[in-house]
Design a protein around this ligand. Structure first.
Ligand code: DOR
Ligand code: ZN
Length: 349
């Protein structure tokens, strides 16, 4: 019988999809990420969104200013694609060296996406430039059509947007962000090597029952929404497959308690406080801890054409209690994922 693994040393991981917010919220959540991850792809859905390289540079500096002393963390910036993003801004993004992707939010799909894209055709010139210079397009893959069932929005997006996009821009580097369905898992698996996907820890750990476990659970509400168990299993198979097309992106998305526990609550799970530990738990449960390092520390860097990290982190299988809440804003607290419960793996040091 194999001795169960209880300690793990892996190359320092990166988070390829993260929401850091700004101001006081940024200052309160960044230490959680910087303790675990060397780098993160930072989402541009601020209010107003980060649509220019100048805005990305200023935001990057605010992030660097918020990194706690003694930690090193490198924010990898993104631009928010709009119907009017000029191709020249894509060139500026590339030469800046600080922008590593351009995010496509279908207008109205999620938090602060009102300025998002209303039709792919409107962005054709910007997409063509991205394809030409190898700038990745990061996709929130859900249609916004209110006629489409909320659980089907990702699958329908594949047919209505992803396939035509791949046809029109076959060389475009695309990250299908936070995939949640068998449909997306199959689509990405079958696509050429320039199409990859991120997978969150919460979509690996939970199915949609978690939204209604003993009552309505707003802290499990995110977008794309949790799906049924068969989809979770498919994501787990992708994440633990060893395929370089799938890599870690927490989509940690902090919202204060008062924005979550209300009549019309915000979408987003805060997972940065256990950003790597939750993945260790999911991989452990699938008997695939030997596949964690590739998923968490190698494949994302390889896809983005960045060097793999040189240093390491250690994890130990030792449960730790997650607090009920943690500081966030002057007048609001943050309810972390697994609040009042335990996470099975701990970060050492
Ligand atoms: O749950 C989500 N929260 N999904 C998103 O796409 C956006 C994010 C946020 O910014 O809060
Ligand atoms: Zn996100």
């Amino acid at each position: 019988m194999k001795t169960p693994v209880t300690t793990l040393s892996i190359t320092r991981p990166d988070d390829w999809h993260l929401h850091l917010r700004d101001g006081m919220a940024l200052k309160s959540v960044l230490p959680d990420t910087a303790r675990r991850f060397a780098r993160a792809i930072v989402m541009p859905n601020l209010k107003p969104p980060v649509t220019t390289v100048a805005q990305a540079a200023a935001y990057r500096q605010r992030i660097l200013d918020a990194v706690p002393a003694g930690l090193s963390f490198q924010p990898l910036m993104t631009l928010y694609l709009t119907d009017n993003t000029p191709p020249a801004e894509i060139d500026t993004a590339r030469t800046s060296g600080i922008v590593h992707g351009v995010k496509l939010y279908p207008a109205g799909a999620t938090t602060n996406s009102d300025a998002g894209v209303t039709g792919i055709a409107k962005c054709a010139a910007a997409l063509a430039r991205m394809e030409k210079i190898g700038m990745p397009l990061l996709v929130h893959g859900e249609v916004t059509d209110p006629e489409v069932d909320v659980f089907d929005r990702e699958a329908v997006f594949i047919e209505r947007v992803m396939r035509p996009l791949q046809q029109d821009f076959p060389g475009l580097r695309v990250v299908f962000e936070h995939i949640t369905t068998t449909d997306a898992a199959d689509y990405v698996s079958a696509a050429p090597a320039n199409v990859a996907a991120t997978i969150t820890a919460h979509h690996l750990l939970l199915n949609r029952n978690a939204l209604f476990q003993g009552g309505l659970r707003p802290h499990h509400y995110c977008l794309p929404v949790l799906k049924r168990e068969a989809h979770r299993q498919a994501l787990l198979r992708c994440a633990t497959s060893g395929s370089p097309k799938f890599f870690l992106g927490t989509d940690s998305a902090p919202h204060g308690r008062r924005s979550k526990e209300i009549d019309c609550g915000c979408a987003g799970c805060y997972t940065a406080h256990a950003g790597i530990e939750l993945y260790a738990e999911a991989f452990d449960a699938a008997n695939a801890l030997d596949r964690l390092e590739g998923f968490a520390s190698f494949f994302g860097a390889d896809f983005y054409g960045l060097p793999r990290n040189a240093n390491r982190i250690a994890l130990v299988k030792q449960p730790w209690p997650v607090p009920a809440e943690q500081p966030f804003l002057a007048d609001d607290m943050l309810v972390p994922f697994r609040h009042n419960e335990t996470v099975a793996w701990s970060l050492q040091g």
